[in-house]
Design a protein around this ligand. Structure first.
Ligand SMILES: Nc1ncnc2c1ncn2[C@@H]1O[C@H](COP(=O)(O)OP(=O)(O)OP(=O)(O)O)[C@@H](O)[C@H]1O
Length: 564
């Protein structure tokens, strides 16, 4: 929990900070209890594991910890206040707090979500357009998550921001809602109102994959409703480009969502006019910073509005004709490269997390931190570790199981049965073995399918649809699906090949346990690879327990005393 002192809030913050450190101490206590102590192999059943999981799924919100975000003037601190005490919590208090929270949150009971990271606020407390709030209610969305409670007022106050919060915590709506509140039908409901509206594209949202881009488009369409859904246009790669250009001309969208290559291609062809754009969102920004996207991202940053605070040098300056934009960078993992980028692309940016909002300037960057995305293979490990901290949902269970290479698929099958998983995403690093794995699983009667970049757009979207419908039980995929993909039903993630670093582990793992749901992550590795798992465990600060799958049950071993 990070709090920075603003002059006006010093005393409140000192108080909150004392509570925070108390809470941190409690966290440390819990962690110490679960820390590796003995090498003895301790057997337990899945039943026992699930019962344990009940308590482990506690989040701050699930024990009644509320956060209040008061946004200050640009450049000043935005503070939070913990309204519950952070002393050691007895099981009975946890039960009481859970019961009262369950009463508060109808959303949760409707969706059957336990331990969801909701803040105890309603969307109407966050200054959104009343029409948008009505729309949210119609969609069954009434209670904002913690990160939404923190981000919505901050973005509405026109700050440039970096939003960092763990996977599945609702970051998409955290930036979409304040944007939608200020443009299109929610801001200008009548024809008369619309005369005030500036023509042209008002928001550009960039995502690294087609799937994620389309997922964001669908979320916006859902909120706009059928009558207004043409106000958003997808510009993702792999789709027909001339059709996209025609739609831009005909529908005059207010929002475009796309992949860097396609957006920059259409912009370079003079078919996308974004000089008056007020919002630029880079979702999964740490991936967008990687070398592959450098030229496209450069063009996008140059042509979408004008960086906030950038003063035109004279009347003839090209900047005079451009609207000042807000730059919103989003990811569960924020390595130093993102912090550096946010400082150069925006003015006085703030970093928004679930329980805090603070100036980015308060985050110090070591002089040896790499300048490109740290999720690249050549990144320094300390920077990767820093970037991956707090990126995982607290309720996730992490295991690893040692298997010979030739038995991995069989181990996967036993793992799925033992955990009784209904929707499984299994990650592999190469396409050929991935196809073989699908074949083997199908041959053993388990419904499986492949999803990777070699498939066409239609095949990819059909497979994804079938997986979401439950027609496919195991989706074998590669890094393509690690980022942003939201399949709430996914209850198990399996690493059949090891991820390259802790950031990749975090994004893969985050495909399950979304929005407070339960989920398990199992890494199936060969004996000589176990040191990598232990390194991940250390870097991420999570327990990844050794396990076996025998007689249809999960058997958990205790973590080793000494780590590599
Ligand atoms: N306030 C809310 N009430 C109910 N459901 C919500 C709320 N906010 C978000 N959701 C749902 O929660 C799920 C996860 O949200 P989202 O995909 O935005 O998470 P994320 O933090 O962006 O995850 P990732 O880091 O993996 O991209 C989605 O299905 C979304 O529709």
């Amino acid at each position: 929990m990070e709090l920075i002192m603003g002059h006006a809030h010093r005393s409140v913050l000192a108080f909150a900070s004392a509570r925070s450190s108390c809470f941190l101490k409690n966290c440390l206590c819990l962690r110490t209890l679960s820390a590796p102590r003995t090498a003895q192999f301790h057997k337990t059943t899945l039943f026992r594991n699930r019962a344990d999981g009940e308590d482990d799924s506690l989040s701050l919100s699930s024990i009644g910890f509320k956060c209040q975000v008061e946004t200050g003037k640009k450049g000043t601190i935005v503070e939070i206040e913990n309204v519950s005490t952070a002393k050691k919590i007895s099981p009975s208090k946890v039960k009481t707090a859970r019961t009262s929270l369950a009463k508060q949150s109808t959303m949760k009971s409707v969706q059957g979500i336990e331990g969801a990271p909701f803040a105890a606020k309603s969307f109407s407390d966050l200054g959104l357009s009343p029409l948008l709030i009505d729309r949210l209610e119609k969609e069954g969305l009434t209670v904002p998550t913690d990160v939404q409670s923190a981000a919505i007022p901050t973005i509405s106050q026109k700050h440039d921001v970096v939003i960092q919060s763990y996977t599945g915590s609702g970051k998409t709506l955290a930036y979409l809602l304040p944007i939608l509140s200020q443009i299109g039908p929610f801001k200008y409901p009548t024809e008369d109102d619309r005369s005030e509206q500036k023509p042209g594209i008002e928001a550009v949202i960039v995502a690294p994959s087609r799937e994620l881009g389309m997922q964001i488009v669908r979320e916006i369409e859902r909120l706009l409703g059928p009558a207004n859904k043409k106000l958003v246009q997808q510009l993702v790669g792999g789709a027909n480009r001339s059709r996209q250009e025609e739609a831009l001309k005909k529908n005059k969208p207010a929002i475009v969502v796309g992949t860097p290559g396609r957006i920059s291609e259409i912009s370079a062809a003079g078919k996308l006019h974004t000089h008056n754009c007020r919002f630029l969102v880079l979702d999964e920004v740490d991936q967008l910073l990687s070398f592959n996207y450098r030229e496209d991202m450069h063009r996008i940053l140059e042509h979408v509005g004008r960086k906030s605070g950038a003063k035109p040098s004279g009347v003839l300056s090209p900047l005079t004709r451009r609207t000042e934009r807000q730059t919103i960078l989003v990811s569960a993992t924020v390595p130093f490269s993102v912090i550096r980028a946010a400082r150069s692309w925006g003015s006085n940016p703030l970093i928004v997390r679930a329980k805090s909002v603070q100036p980015l300037d308060s985050v110090s960057i070591p002089s040896n931190a790499p300048s490109v995305s740290t999720s690249d293979a050549n990144s320094s490990s300390s920077s990767v570790t820093q970037g991956a901290i707090d990126s995982l949902p607290p309720a996730l269970k992490h295991y690893y199981s040692v298997s010979k290479l030739q038995h991995k698929i069989d181990t996967l099958r036993r793992c799925v049965h033992a955990l009784d998983a209904k929707a499984v995403i299994a990650f592999m690093n190469n396409t050929k073995p991935l196809k073989d794995a699908v074949f083997k699983l199908e041959a053993r009667g388990m419904k499986a399918a492949e999803l990777h970049g070699d498939l066409g757009k239609l095949a990819r979207s059909t497979t994804l649809k079938k997986f979401k419908n439950g027609e496919i039980r195991v989706l074998l995929t590669n890094e393509l699906s690690a980022r942003g993909l939201d399949v709430p039903e996914c209850d198990l993630v399996v690493n059949l090949d090891l991820p390259t670093d802790s950031i990749h582990y975090a994004h893969r793992a985050g495909r399950t346990g979304r929005l407070g749901r339960k989920g398990s992550v199992v890494t199936i590795c060969e004996e000589p690879e176990t040191f990598v798992v232990k390194k991940l465990r250390r870097q991420l600060g999570i327990a990844i327990q050794p396990c076996e799958f025998k007689e249809g049950k999960l058997t958990i071993g205790e973590e080793e005393k000494t780590e590599n």
